[in-house]
Write a protein that binds this ligand. Structure first.
Ligand SMILES: Cc1cc2nc3c(=O)[nH]c(=O)nc-3n(C[C@H](O)[C@H](O)[C@H](O)COP(=O)(O)OP(=O)(O)OC[C@H]3O[C@@H](n4cnc5c(N)ncnc54)[C@H](O)[C@@H]3O)c2cc1C
Length: 172
């Protein structure tokens, strides 16, 4: 990063954080993406289905680069009573045509891939960085606290040396 400062600091490299960091970086903003896990996706426990429309909203065609597994073409909904169960089973192989509706995914792989996409757009990704608090001045959030470090957005135009310290693990 030329001047060691960031237009935006994004906390958490889940789908929301990565979408945000990717979009900002693609727009030419300097972005720092901080993730508490040892890698993006390391802390996630979500189930395994990705709806492609969400990635299509970030960038058309992006889902084709994602580490997807199988197209979902069958749905089963089970309604449970105290001693009974009724299942609605719906299969539609049209789900797989054109832009397939959804795929099975492993979130650890998906998030790691998404964070690397952010890096390919120029964002800096720093993992194993737990954001402890926000820095608030005059009612505005101007940065974050990470351990003993304070990282401020470039709008503050302050000494940004803590950024180097906080992102060391991502840089080496
Ligand atoms: C059991 C379960 C199953 C699910 N199954 C599905 C499914 O199959 N399909 C589907 O579409 N959705 C599913 N969901 C919903 C899906 O997981 C969420 O909608 C999605 O993960 C939200 O994305 P997010 O980026 O907002 O948050 P998260 O995915 O929770 O990402 C937040 C990230 O921020 C990091 N973080 C948090 N606090 C800090 C901090 N202080 N400092 C630094 N980093 C931090 C976390 O480590 C994490 O990586 C499921 C959810 C659960 C709980």
């Amino acid at each position: 990063m030329a001047d060691d400062s960031f237009d935006a600091i994004v906390v958490g490299a889940g789908p929301a954080g990565c979408s945000c960091a990717y979009t900002l970086a693609k727009e030419g903003k300097s972005v720092l993406l901080l993730e508490r896990g040892n890698s993006a996706g390391a802390k996630n426990v979500s189930g395994g289905r990705l709806y492609t429309y969400a990635l299509e909203m970030v960038e058309p065609g992006m889902y084709q680069r994602a580490p997807l597994q199988r197209k979902i073409v069958r749905e089963q909904i089970m309604m449970l009573g105290s001693n009974t169960a009724m299942t609605v089973d719906y299969a539609d192989y049209g789900f797989g045509e054109n832009v397939p509706q959804s795929y099975s995914v492993v979130r650890a792989s998906l998030d790691e891939w998404f964070a690397s996409e952010c890096e390919s757009q120029g964002a800096m990704v720093a993992s194993a960085q737990l954001v402890d608090d926000l820095v608030v001045e005059d009612g505005k959030i101007v940065g974050i606290k990470c351990g003993e470090d304070e990282i401020l957005c470039s709008a503050k135009k302050q000494d940004c040396s803590p950024i180097r310290k906080a992102t060391r693990s991502a840089l080496v």
